[in-house]
Design a binder for this molecule. Structure first.
Ligand code: NAX
Length: 332
């Protein structure tokens, strides 16, 4: 059996981590032959809660799980990290402006970027889940200059999974018959869920989703808005934000990064823009990618309609604004 790898989860005492940790320990993300050491980072006041999580991890009695370290110190947390889930972040409190939330989180992700730079493996794969995920990933990467920028990604997989599920439900087909739905842009309500490139298998034949749905108004309006607002709908119903589905999406994202995408399929990830599709460089923008040997490639040559262009521009503008706000905070 392979040597254990160090896997870090921040916000380890929180909701998403609670669902994610089981998947990691059970081998659903890094495979059934890869033992793992878990490094669980949270803030000092949460150490008591984290102790309970560690007890439950022990009680899982799972053979792949080797050493577990709960800590509030980034140094032992990130030491020799091979894969990192940055889930922990400051939640929005009542009366808090988006700007205040961004300011608090930018500082957290600066510290964690610096710690990754010093202590993690140089080939570490970092997935940012904590919001504002795209801009947090950008900041984190900026403060870890010795680690390639491509090793930092932000999670839009939950949005992709939601979009795939919505199309499957609309067409009354099994979820795995729908492929290549794309999430473009920010993990926020400006994101553009795009079914124009997606396909659905009907009676054994793959067809473009728009051709089968035959309702552009639904695809361009109802579908887009439903996905953009799905997180808020879950909060309204559950009184808490998506956790089980977010953890599942984080596992999906990292598994595909680790093992690669299936032939003919792409997945959406927030990645540092290289200017593809006319998107401004140096923002973390969700794009369709294929993955091989743990390296992603942005899918090229997709047709961008004028409708899609206008949506891409809106979400890119928001990300440029977030970047400017983050830089202002960091210069203070
Ligand atoms: P919880 O509030 O349950 O847990 C967050 C945990 O992070 C807490 O235990 C907190 O103490 C910890 N934390 C705060 N500051 C920290 C720091 N500096 N270092 C380490 N840990 C720290 O939130 P949860 O529901 O688990 O959500 C976590 C984050 O995921 C939030 O920012 C949330 O907005 C974001 N989400 C992102 C999604 C995405 O698709 N990218 C979807 C789901 C979710 O909304």
């Amino acid at each position: 059996m392979a040597a254990p790898i160090n896997v870090v989860v921040t916000g380890a005492a929180g909701q998403i981590a609670y669902s994610l940790l089981y998947q990691l320990a059970a081998g659903s993300v890094f495979g059934p032959d890869q033992p793992i050491n878990l490094r669980l980072l949270d803030i000092e006041p949460m150490m008591g809660v984290l102790k309970g999580v560690v007890m439950e991890l022990e009680d899982l009695a799972l053979p792949l799980l080797k050493d577990v370290l709960p800590t509030a110190d980034p140094e032992p947390a990130f030491k020799d990290a091979a894969a990192v889930f940055l889930v922990g972040s400051m939640p929005r409190r009542e009366g808090m402006e988006r700007k205040d939330l961004l300011a608090a989180n930018v500082k957290i992700f600066k510290i964690q970027g610096e710690a990754l730079d010093k202590f993690a493996r140089k080939d570490v794969k970092v997935l940012v889940v904590g919001n504002p995920a795209n801009t947090n990933a950008l900041i984190c990467s900026h403060y870890a200059p010795s680690i390639p920028k491509e090793n930092f990604t932000a999670m839009t997989r939950l949005d992709q999974n939601r979009a795939q599920a919505a199309i499957a439900a609309r067409l009354g087909v099994a979820i795995d018959k729908v492929k290549n739905v794309i999430i473009w842009g920010n993990h926020s309500s400006t994101q553009y869920p795009d079914a124009a490139q997606a396909t659905v298998e009907v009676n054994g034949t793959s067809k473009p989703v728009p051709e089968v749905v035959k309702d552009d108004k639904w695809l361009n309006e109802v579908f887009v808005e439903t996905i953009q607002k799905r997180g808020a709908a879950v909060i309204a119903a559950r009184k808490m934000s998506s956790a089980m589905s977010a953890a599942k999406a984080a596992g999906d994202h990292m598994r595909d990064w680790w093992f690669g995408t299936k032939p003919g399929q792409y997945v959406s990830m927030g990645v540092v823009s290289d200017g593809s599709y006319g998107i401004p460089k140096d923002i973390v923008f969700s794009l369709p990618v294929t993955i091989q040997n743990k390296q992603y490639k942005i899918v090229q040559g997709l047709n961008i309609s004028s409708f899609a262009r206008s949506k891409l521009d809106i979400t890119a503008k928001e990300l440029e604004e977030e970047r400017a706000e983050a830089n202002t905070v960091l210069q203070q």
